[in-house]
Every structure is written in structure tokens, then in C-alpha cells.
Design a protein around this ligand. Structure first.
Ligand SMILES: Cc1cc2nc3c(=O)[nH]c(=O)nc-3n(C[C@H](O)[C@H](O)[C@H](O)COP(=O)(O)OP(=O)(O)OC[C@H]3O[C@@H](n4cnc5c(N)ncnc54)[C@H](O)[C@@H]3O)c2cc1C
Length: 438
């Protein structure tokens, strides 16, 4: 019996109670009635099986499209709180004026039109997994399958336990790994910054896009150099060494941009003093700055926490091989919100969602489905004129003894003539946008 049926029963119990028939019912269940909100349906019930996808990022868009493609008979609904898509991949290039904003922005309605699913611009505030119902700011929607792809949140808890101060840090020194407003703020900071110390950091753990903080430092150094501005970039890295493309990035830091970039490995921020504009490290070293971009650790979306789909380590409580919720077998988590199985990348999310759409079709047909690894592709731009890009790609293999995935990574070999642009990043991004939107 699910909660909705239980509510019906409790309603009958209370009617019986009021009509004086209590003698035959020793303990009427009346308390459920008090907590049932009067939620209107956002979408009427469907005769078709319904898949509701929460979050229209790389994972959710790919999920909605491929679900409809693999199962045209299903009713697919994408719920996204934003009214337009903004791509974080390639956004570092926009920060320094190398590409136009139009390249990063896409239209959700086009994606829904061309791929025959329903997009609703709304925020999911709760999920009732007993009743198979998603509660949004505009009403409720019933589902047969639910795919949660709400991405990540910042976790400032290592720097402060005061949520108001965390919010202040995000406002003053946004990381630019979540929203378009943050990225816009950083671009304005860069364009307005005439001289002084610009401080940035690299967190540890499975933060979003490992190469992006190094890429940002290099592109900003290139920008300031060309503009002949008297700027120093301090990059504080919590990791023991550069996480990706170590040799080449180290060479750029030490040779090409040694006059602009100061890099500190194995250095952890303990506190941020916004009054005196300085950070203090765990080794009590102080770094003063004029402006900053501070990237805290990341964790899975607050929505998962709210619906208690999080384990004691703060990770999605899901089967790493099937993406299924451990308690409810019609609920799935994908993209950067998942357990820390894979690198937090759009490419991983896109291919993982393709695979999950096939798994759901097999499940609905009561067929077995064999696990297939997602593909991760990551780019790091290290020069604008000509365009120079480092890239890696890889797949995952599950280690059943250690209960974790190993990443089998390899550098992408390319033939690009000296002095010519390496367009592989744009080729990948354009192809991915086409995959998601048209
Ligand atoms: C500078 C930078 C460079 C990058 N470069 C690369 C790269 O080269 N290659 C690569 O593969 N990846 C790259 N990435 C990483 C990539 O952007 C992320 O891994 C990807 O966005 C993850 O997709 P997602 O769908 O899981 O999460 P997101 O893209 O964050 O999408 C989550 C969506 O859910 C929505 N949402 C959240 N909560 C709710 C709610 N309650 N109700 C409704 N909607 C909700 C959000 O609005 C959002 O649209 C880069 C990232 C950055 C910042």
C-alpha cells in the first residue's frame, strides 16, 4: 500500500470516527490527513508510461532526448528551473573575450520541439517516492520513472560554518562553476581589473572539470599580458600537484607566464578575510589580494539531501552500476549529482544518460541490460592565437573488490600544424550542443 492509498484509508477511518462507528476500529490512523498538502496537478495523468527528468543540464537534456528517441511511446517531461541553457564548457574562453555569448546559450523550447518531449520551466521542491509524485513550484506531476539530474552545489563548510558568510563569499568571489550569473561576474571582474593581485584556487576532491581552474589561470594570464596590465595571478592549489596535463601546464606556469602566474601546490585555504582581502592557509600563511575567484569544494545537489537520497558521506544513495536509488527501483540519479563514480564532466553526463535511457526501456520491457561505460572528454585551452588545446578522453572499469571505478584515461592524439588553430574543442562542443538540442 502506498501513501496515497493509506491516505484514502485514513480519510475513511476519520469519516467512520465522526459518524460514531469507532467501536470496531480501535486505533484509527488520522494523523496522515494533517500533513497532506492540497497540491494541484501540473500535468494531468497520462495513459502512457511517464518518465520525469529533473534538471536540464548536460545529463537531463541528453536523458530527455534519448528517452523519447528510444521509447517514443513514453511520455517524457523535462523539469528545469532555468529558462535558457548556458554552457559551462567553453565558458572560460568567453571570460577573456575569445568567443561570443551566443555560442554558450541555447533554447530549451527548441530542444523540446525537435525531440518531441515536454519541457516545463519550474523548480522541483520535493519528491514523494512512495506516491511516485514530483512536487514543483507550479504543482505536482506523477511519474512511472524518475531521473534526477540536478547537478551540484557548492560546499563552503571547510571555510565557514556560517551560511550567511558562505552566501557573501559566493556573491563577492563567485567560482563560476554553477551559474551564468557567476560567469558573467567573473568576466566583468577580469575586464575591469587594471592592476594588482588576482587570487584563485583549485579545490581537492571530485570537483567539476579538473582542468578548468588551470585553464582559467592561463587564459587570464594571456589576456592580461596582451593588455599589458600590471597583474599578478596567484593560484592556490589544494592538490599535491597539478591534477591534469601536469607537464605542459607546469611548463606554461614556469616559462611562458612566470611573470604573471604564481602557483602554490599543496596549499589549503583555511579562512577568507573579506575585510582585509586576504586568505589564510592551514599553514598560517597569508595571501593578500585585490580581487578573487574562490572555488569551494562541491557536493551533490541539495534536492537529494532534501528527499533523503544521500548516504552518511553526503553522496547519492544509488547503485553505482545501474544509477538506481537503493530504496526505490524506479528512481535514478545521473550527471554530476551521482556518487563520485566518474569525473564530473558534461561529456560523461551526456553519454551516461544515453545509456540510462536504454536501461529504462529494458526495464519497462522486463529485459536484462548490460552495463556500458560512459565516455569522458575533457579540454584545456592553453592558447588563443593560435588556438591550442590539451585534451584527454577515457572510459571506466568497475573494480568489484574495491567497489569503485578506475578511470582508463588516454591523451587524444591530434595532428595540428604549427601556427594553425586546433579547433577540436569547438568541434566537440558544437557536436555536443547538436546532440542535446537538435
Ligand atoms: C569552466 C568549465 C569548463 C568545463 N569544461 C568541460 C569540458 O571540457 N568537458 C566536459 O565534458 N565538461 C566540462 N565541464 C563540466 C560540465 O559543465 C558539467 O560536468 C556538466 O554541466 C554536468 O552536467 P549535469 O547535467 O550533471 O549538471 P548541470 O549542467 O549543472 O545541470 C543541472 C541542471 O539542473 C537544474 N536544477 C537543479 N536543481 C533543480 C530543481 N530543484 N528543479 C529544477 N531544476 C533544477 C539546474 O538549473 C541545471 O540546469 C566544464 C565546467 C566548467 C565550469
Amino acid at each position: 500500500m502506498n501513501r496515497r492509498e493509506l491516505l484514502k484509508l485514513s480519510a475513511i477511518s476519520s469519516v467512520l470516527l465522526l459518524s460514531g462507528c469507532t467501536k470496531i476500529i480501535p486505533k484509527p490512523i488520522i494523523h496522515f490527513i494533517e500533513i497532506e498538502p492540497d497540491v494541484k496537478l501540473l500535468m494531468p495523468d497520462s495513459q502512457q508510461e511517464r518518465v520525469v527528468v529533473v534538471g536540464g543540464g548536460w545529463a537531463g537534456l541528453s536523458m530527455a532526448k534519448n528517452m523519447k528517441k528510444n521509447a517514443p511511446h513514453m511520455d517524457v517531461i523535462l523539469l528545469e528551473q532555468r529558462s535558457q541553457f548556458f554552457s559551462l564548457p567553453t565558458s572560460n574562453l568567453w571570460l577573456v573575450g575569445a568567443i561570443d555569448m551566443e555560442y554558450l546559450i541555447r533554447d530549451y523550447l527548441q530542444a523540446a520541439r525537435e525531440n518531441s518531449y515536454t519541457y516545463i520551466n519550474t523548480t522541483v521542491i520535493d519528491v514523494d517516492r512512495d506516491d511516485q509524485q514530483v512536487i514543483t513550484s507550479h504543482g505536482a506531476i506523477d511519474y512511472d520513472y524518475l531521473v534526477l539530474a540536478p547537478g551540484i552545489e557548492y560546499d563552503y563548510s571547510e571555510w565557514t560554518s556560517d551560511s550567511r558568510f558562505a552566501r557573501e563569499l559566493q556573491t563577492l568571489y563567485p567560482a563560476g562553476f554553477l551559474s551564468s550569473s557567476e560567469v558573467l561576474s567573473i568576466r566583468n571582474k577580469i575586464f575591469d581589473f587594471q592592476k594588482g593581485v588576482f587570487l584563485m584556487n583549485v579545490p581537492s576532491g571530485n570537483y567539476r572539470c579538473w582542468s578548468a581552474p588551470y585553464e582559467r589561470a592561463i587564459l587570464m594570464a594571456d589576456f592580461f599580458k596582451k593588455e599589458a596590465r600590471n597583474v599578478k595571478i596567484i593560484l592556490i592549489d589544494e592538490n599535491q600537484e597539478i591534477r591534469v596535463h601536469k607537464k605542459e601546464i607546469e611548463r606554461l606556469f614556469k616559462k611562458e607566464y612566470s611573470d604573471i602566474i604564481e602557483y602554490y601546490a599543496d596549499t589549503k585555504i583555511q579562512t577568507v578575510d573579506i575585510k582585509d582581502k586576504k586568505i589564510i592557509t592551514t599553514d598560517s600563511v597569508e595571501f593578500k589580494f585585490d580581487d578573487a575567484v574562490l572555488y569551494p569544494k562541491v557536493k551533490s545537489s541539495a534536492l537529494l539531501e532534501k528527499i533523503e537520497l544521500i548516504d552518511e558521506n553526503g553522496e547519492a544513495n544509488m547503485n553505482p552500476l545501474t544509477n538506481e536509488d537503493l530504496e526505490y527501483d524506479n528512481v535514478f540519479v545521473i550527471g554530476d549529482a551521482r556518487r563520485m563514480n566518474f569525473n564530473r564532466l558534461g561529456s560523461t553526463a551526456l553519454s551516461e544518460a544515453k545509456e540510462l535511457s536504454q536501461r529504462i526501456v529494458s526495464k519497462s520491457m522486463k529485459k536484462e541490460h548490460v552495463w556500458k561505460s560512459p565516455q569522458s572528454i575533457s579540454f584545456c585551452t592553453i592558447g588563443i592565437e593560435p588556438l591550442r588545446v590539451l585534451s584527454t578522453q577515457g572510459e571506466y572499469k568497475y573494480d568489484f573488490l574495491k567497489h569503485r571505478f578506475n578511470f582508463l584515461e588516454k591523451d587524444i592524439k591530434k595532428i595540428v600544424k604549427k601556427g594553425e588553430d586546433d579547433n577540436s574543442l569547438y568541434e566537440w562542443a558544437t557536436q555536443s550542443f547538436n546532440e542535446l538540442f537538435s
